[in-house]
Design a protein around this ligand. Structure first.
Ligand code: ZN
Length: 182
């Protein structure tokens, strides 16, 4: 979940690009190839994940990869082409935690404008408390609210989602949280 570096080279011919307004009336600067004039459009990326729940506990994964190596996160990652948001969230949960679960409702949608990302988290009901984490995860563990390592959470969107989750769980009413992270 890092800001993407600026495009340096044309993806079509490999020549250098220049950031400028294209000649087609576009009002935003784009990376335009200085040789073949291909315009490279950059758009936000979707990060998709789940809040996997077992009783009053939530499943967190300790990251085995950069960035934020060793910090705790909800299972999440970049959405792939050819899948829906919910399918991506389920795939990441399987890959990172090796969890058994049923997908539930969309729970949080967060615009992270600064880094050009939108993060989506679904609630998921765990059907087993046995996990088989993949290589991106050092450890997958269940945490009650009072045991959450709040200072060791990898990403702001994960922290916000967890805070809203426990508040909603207390109120026994889950709603969709739409948040702009600035
Ligand atoms: Zn080119």
């Amino acid at each position: 979940m890092l800001h993407r570096p600026k495009i340096q080279h044309c993806k079509t011919c490999g020549a250098a690009v220049a950031y400028r307004l294209p000649d087609d009336g576009d009002t935003k600067e784009r990376a335009v190839c200085t040789a073949c004039h291909t315009i490279h459009y950059e758009n936000p990326l979707n990060v998709v994940g789940t809040v996997p729940v077992w009783g009053n506990k939530v499943l967190l994964c300790k990251r085995n990869i950069e960035p934020r190596l060793g910090k705790w996160t909800l299972p999440a990652g970049f959405m792939e082409l050819g899948e829906t948001v919910a399918e991506g969230a389920a795939r990441e949960t399987t890959e990172e935690a090796g969890a058994q679960f049923e997908m539930q409702e969309l729970f949080s949608m967060m615009n992270v404008v600064r880094v050009g990302q939108v993060h989506f988290f679904y609630r998921a009901r765990l059907t087993s408390d046995v996990f088989d984490p993949g290589h991106e995860t050092m450890e997958a563990r269940l945490f009650a609210e009072e045991d959450i390592p709040w200072d060791e959470i990898a990403f702001r969107t994960v922290k916000e989602t967890l805070q809203h989750y426990f508040a909603d769980a207390k109120a026994q009413q889950f709603t969709l949280h739409q948040i702009d992270i600035v």
